[in-house]
Write a new protein. Structure first.
Length: 240
C-alpha cells in the first residue's frame, strides 16, 4: 500500500532525522505486517497509520536526538514486544548491531518474519526472560547500549537491563514525562546494579502534547553474579 509519509518526515526533521526511500519502504512493510499479525495476536492497540507513526515509530526514533548512536554499536532491546524501539532504530541506523529480546515466543516469531521481510541484517531476536538470558556469557555485559520501553518500573527494569551492558556502556529507559518519583524509588537499585544516572532528557513528541523522558544510565561498575535474581523476583520485589 501507499502511505503518506509527509507527517512522519516532518516530525523526524524536528529530531534532525531523515528517511531514505528504502527506509520508507521498510516502514510501510513493517506497518502492514503489524496490522496483519495484530488480527491473530496482541501486538498493538494503536493501528491507524498516523498514530502508529507518532506513538511507535517517532517515539522509538526520538532517542537518536539525545544519544549518539554510533556506527556498529551493539544494542539490546529488552521486552521489545512488536519491535519497539529496536526495529525503527535498526531501520534508520542500519549500522547498529541489534538483539531483540522478548519473553513471549509468538512475538519473537513475528519479529523474525519482520527481519526477513525487511531484509535487515545485523539484527536477531531471541525468546527468553531478561533475568535468565543475562546470566549467559554470550549476553552478559556484551552490549554498548541497552534500551527498553514500556516494560517495568525503573527499579525492576534496571535489574533486567544493566547486566547486559558493557562497562562504560549505557542503559536508556523510555519513560513518561513525570518520572521524578520513579527515579527516587530506583536510585538504590541502580547503584546496587553498577549504574549511575548520567542524565534525564525530557521532551515532547513532535507536534503532540505527549511528554516523554529518557533516563540515561551509565554502567560504571561490574555487577555481582547474583543479579538479576531469579525470574519474576525483580518485578515482584524491586531492589530498594
Ligand atoms: N517495548 C514494546 C513497546 O514499547 O511497545 C513492548 C512493551 S510491552 C508492554 C512489554 C513487553 O515486555 C511484552 O512483550 C513482554 O512479553 C515483555 N517482557 C516483560 N517482562 C519481560 C522479561 N522479564 N524479559 C523479557 N521480556 C519481557
Amino acid at each position: 500500500m501507499n502511505y503518506n509519509f509527509q507527517q512522519f518526515e516532518e516530525k523526524l526533521s524536528q529530531l534532525q532525522l531523515t528517511l531514505t526511500d528504502r527506509m520508507k519502504e521498510q516502514f510501510a512493510v513493517y506497518y502492514d505486517m503489524l496490522c496483519e499479525w495484530n488480527k491473530i495476536m496482541n501486538l498493538t492497540t494503536i493501528i491507524q497509520f498516523d498514530e502508529v507513526v507518532e506513538k511507535h515509530f517517532v517515539d522509538s526514533l526520538a532517542l537518536g536526538a539525545y544519544l549518539e548512536l554510533k556506527d556498529h554499536c551493539t544494542m539490546i532491546d529488552i521486552g521489545t514486544g512488536a519491535g519497539f524501539p529496536g526495529i525503527p532504530l535498526k531501520i534508520v541506523y542500519p549500522e547498529l548491531n541489534v538483539l531483540l529480546v522478548d519473553s513471549l515466543n509468538k512475538r519473537v516469531r513475528f519479529l523474525e518474519e519482520v527481519i526477513q521481510k525487511l531484509y535487515l541484517t545485523g539484527i536477531t531476536s531471541v525468546h527468553g526472560r531478561a533475568e535468565e538470558l543475562a546470566h549467559k556469557n554470550e549476553y552478559r555485559e556484551q552490549y554498548d547500549l541497552c534500551v527498553s520501553r514500556a516494560v517495568a518500573h525503573l527499579a525492576s527494569l534496571s535489574e533486567y537491563c544493566l547486566p547486559f551492558v558493557k562497562m562504560g556502556g549505557t542503559f536508556t529507559a523510555y519513560k513518561s514525562a513525570d518520572i521524578s518519583e520513579e527515579i527516587e524509588q530506583s536510585k538504590k537499585a541502580i547503584q546496587i546494579l553498577g549504574g549511575k544516572i548520567n542524565r534525564i532528557e525530557k521532551f515532547q513528541l513532535p507536534e503532540t502534547e505527549y511528554g516523554r523522558s529518557f533516563v540515561i544510565i551509565d554502567k560504571v561498575r561490574h555487577i555481582s553474579k547474583k543479579y538479576p535474581r531469579k525470574s519474576g523476583t525483580p518485578g515482584r520485589c524491586p531492589l530498594q
